[in-house]
Design a protein around this ligand. Sequence first.
Ligand code: HGY
Ligand code: MN
Ligand code: MN
Length: 438
Amino acid sequence: MSSATGAGDGDGSAGAGGSAPTAASVANRLGNAPSFAEMWRELLPLGRDSRSGGYRRFAWGGADAECREWFREQVEGRGLAYEVDRNGNQWGWLGDPEAGDAVVTGSHLDSVPDGGAFDGPLGVVSALAALDELRDRGARFGRPLAVVNFGDEEGARFGLACVGSRLTAGQLGVEDAHRLTDADGVSLPRAMEAAGYDPDAIGADPERLARIGAFVELHVEQGRALDLSGDAVGIASAIWPHGRWRFDFRGEANHAGTTRLADRHDPMLSYAETVLAARREAELAGAVATFGKIAVEPNGVNAVPSLVRGWLDSRAADQATLDTVVTGIERAAREYAAAHGIDLDVVRESFTPVVEFDHALRDELGRILGRDTDLTVPVLGTGAGHDAGILSGRVPTAMLFVRNPTGVSHSPAESAGEDDCLAGVRALADVLEGLACR
Ligand code: HGY
Ligand code: MN
Ligand code: MN
């Protein structure tokens, strides 16, 4: 894998739409498990759109199934005990899970629409490669270890982030989960059933969480802090509070060509003014606010819309600032809507409070990674949500970040250098060894 953008840049990766690798391609253990580069090449084509070069690995869809199959083969190919939990998260265990105090690492394989190759998969592939590294070192494990692939982290299909980990952590109720539907009106239960999973089995899994002594997620950095500091690897301190709000602007459908401007109740105007207000409010507060998704009804070129539905993603360093920003945006939206005779509903669809990662675990990672060098590993906050953020309320949790030279993420242009990815694997292996081995 060269310093890949993940877009098949001459690294010999297959074109889009490759099928899941056969069991034969996943060597059994005895020292010939697929290398990081081989795993990367196998995963790269799964769910990639040939036009955009981005990924469309959405919960319970075909590409998701291919990635799940790939993960199962990687786990079983290493002789790990494979299991799928009641929420569809996939686990590979080394040692007896019942022994408790397990060290768990992993991330997610699903993507945002046209997402990059690294967001999620880097954490999963690095977890498998780190395990291989530990076995090659002859490490002797004093605690159970597990590699995990959490389902539906991005919430791209059903609108709620981190569904797999939220259900497991008891942060998402079964009824609320069953009410989730995608843009085609397919409910989460129907989607799970179509993928061969039992939607009536989902729910909190305290017994599973009780077995975990530490969870460490490696993730490509979604920012440029490491690029600016010149470090390949960093440690997470916190995740900004963030959420998603749906703004429904209801107006009056009419003819685009014959309706006088003065007679219109055009929801698109209120939406457009709200988008600009969101940018103003975020700039004033030093926060971020994005309207990145919109749905228009009837969505005709020659029709004044009846409904414009816009989704706001907003994040800030602290709760008070986030509240100020979202309140300001909603107030402006209501003023614009009233001025145009538009009805407005605002619904909060997803929310994650500020996450402070476990200080003792964070410092332990810093000690382990700084042990052989006199360099201190940078500790950095992030505005990106992660399964680690959800679990952190229930088990000691930490994150490692790998340098992203452009900081670009949630885009086909997301990239990470091969050397940095391998540095991340070594760092994760060091951390797992420091935490789990005698
Ligand atoms: O939205 C996020 O921050 C994450 O990628 N789910
Ligand atoms: Mn993401
Ligand atoms: Mn992610």
